[in-house]
Design a protein. Structure first.
Length: 184
């Protein structure tokens, strides 16, 4: 991490994921949170563990679930990260408990970050209207149809929400999110 890494000591960050999460979009934010002094927690509808992927086809590492989604409360966290991975994001966007959990962060005005396919759930809970956002290019139409201004940039910050396009943007994504959490 760079010297100018924002410090978030004592802050708890939720990462909402399920099977099919894109490996670097989970592992790199976890490492960045730890390096900045924060505590990452994997929140999932899965009971014990989940399967990460490299792309959409190659199985990768398994991760232990720290908090089951049914037991999670936005009040226990200082921010939320929504990693991508097509399978992960598609499953979570139609999960009503996931929708309620993510909505609670916006209601509490806590920092939220979504990368790649992660912003999909934001269209389901009406949290992109009027915001500048980015994502994996295939979500451009969904986000635009939901009222967002879609831009092709590495990291976009709009009213407490950070969005990024792909794993190539993780350094900018992590820095922008950690900055929001440090300022909150």
């Amino acid at each position: 991490m760079a010297e100018n890494t924002p410090q978030i000591t004592g802050k708890n960050i939720a990462l909402l994921v399920t099977d099919g999460v894109e490996l670097p979009e989970l592992s790199e934010p976890i490492a960045a949170i730890k390096a900045a002094g924060g505590t990452p927690s994997i929140v999932s509808p899965n009971e014990q563990s989940l399967q990460a992927m490299e792309g959409d086809w190659t199985h990768s590492e398994h991760f232990d679930v720290d908090v089951q989604l049914s037991d999670a409360s936005a009040g226990d966290f200082d921010g939320l990260i929504l990693p991508g991975g097509t399978l992960n994001a598609d499953s979570l966007r139609i999960d009503e408990a996931a929708q309620r959990f993510v909505s609670a962060f916006f209601e509490a005005k806590k920092p939220v970050a979504a990368i790649c396919h992660g912003p999909w759930i934001l269209t389901e809970i009406d949290q992109v209207k009027g915001r500048r956002v980015t994502s994996f290019p295939s979500l451009k139409t969904d986000l635009t149809n939901s009222g967002a201004e879609w831009v092709d940039e590495s990291a976009v910050v709009s009213d407490g929400l950070v969005t990024s396009r792909t794993p190539d943007d993780l350094e900018d994504f992590n820095h922008a999110f950690l900055t929001l959490v440090a300022q909150a």
